[in-house]
Design a protein around this ligand. Structure first.
Ligand code: FAD
Length: 277
């Protein structure tokens, strides 16, 4: 896609350098495929040289520039990282949810996916489900926002003009959990129509994160003392997701997405809460 209004590519991750007509450039898979008639400069975040993945005793930090290919390595089921943090078993299914070409796989980034804020953004699903907290850099300074609140609608988010996602922190309490993943699409290699992740925390709590079927992530949290049975989970979904929050596009009608949300949510509940189910 031609971008013949671009006058400069600037190697910077400094929000003070951002001005009207600029866009942060990460993998470029959206910027260079959709094109633009208005952008003047691309500010290249890759120039910052951020370490893609950093691990310590309190969790994992993913740089926004971490690519899907690099994240895939983190999710190796036989690797040391998943052995330490079992919740990361959902990393590879989330990477696979892109149904990606070689280009998307190797160039597109965690931060670019969240900032694009598509309902079917699998990095939004992953980071929201694992209680990821984004560090945002803007002209006014740095702030933190849970990923589940950062994406606010189809292609909409809480980023201020010129603000960038520096990283996403995945905390230890979520990484220690048992997780499970469900995804449905209308076709074999189609975009996600519903993507749900269930989490059973070490304190016995249950967290269900609904994405792709809804315009923005929706999270239901149940303490160990009030775990839901089937009807209670359905009632919680009723209360959390009004009809107009189900996404409507060529990848699935809202009524189908709603039915699949209840079905996959119940599957995750059975798997994670009902031993032997
Ligand atoms: C064929 C094809 C299939 C695709 N399928 C899917 C799919 O199934 N699901 C899906 O979600 N997406 C899909 N995409 C869209 C896209 O590839 C992904 O969303 C990708 O993860 C975007 O990441 P990127 O690093 O390439 O972003 P870029 O193209 O570099 O940037 C995308 C947008 O995010 C902004 N941005 C990037 N990084 C940051 C940051 N750190 N802070 C603030 N803003 C930032 C940019 O300014 C730009 O507006 C697809 C694209 C193509 C071409």
């Amino acid at each position: 896609m031609d971008m013949n209004t671009i006058e400069a590519i600037v190697p910077t991750a400094n929000p003070a350098e951002w001005r009207e007509g600029d866009a942060w450039l990460a993998g470029g898979t959206v910027l260079f495929s959709y094109g633009s008639q208005t952008l003047r400069r691309l500010l290249d975040l890759n120039s910052a040289g951020w370490e893609p993945v950093e691990e310590d005793d309190d969790g994992l930090t993913l740089a926004s520039t971490c690519t899907i290919a690099r994240l895939w390595e983190v999710g190796d089921p036989a690797g040391a990282t998943v052995a330490r943090w079992p919740a990361l078993g959902v990393v590879r299914p989330c990477c696979d949810a892109f149904v990606a070409s070689f280009k998307i796989w190797n160039l597109s980034t965690v931060g670019g996916n969240i900032a694009t804020s598509l309902p079917a953004g699998p990095m939004t699903s992953l980071c929201a489900a694992l209680d990821g907290v984004a560090t945002l850099w803007g002209a006014a300074g740095s702030r933190e926002l849970p990923v589940v609140e950062l994406v606010t609608g189809d292609g909409r988010n809480a980023l201020e003009p010129g603000e960038l996602i520096r990283s996403v922190r995945l905390p230890a309490h979520a990484l220690r959990a048992r997780t499970s993943f469900r995804r449905l699409s209308l076709s074999n290699r189609g975009r996600s129509g519903a993507l749900l992740i269930g989490r059973r925390d070490t304190d016995g709590g249950f967290v269900l994160t609904v994405t792709a079927s809804t315009k923005r992530p929706v999270q239901l949290r149940f303490a160990a003392e009030s775990l839901p049975d089937g009807p209670a989970l359905a009632a919680a979904l009723d209360a959390a997701i009004p009809a107009n929050l189900y996404h409507d596009d060529i990848h699935g009608l809202p009524a189908w997405r709603r039915d699949m949300t209840y079905r996959l949510g119940e599957e995750l509940r059975l798997e994670l809460l009902e031993e032997g189910a």
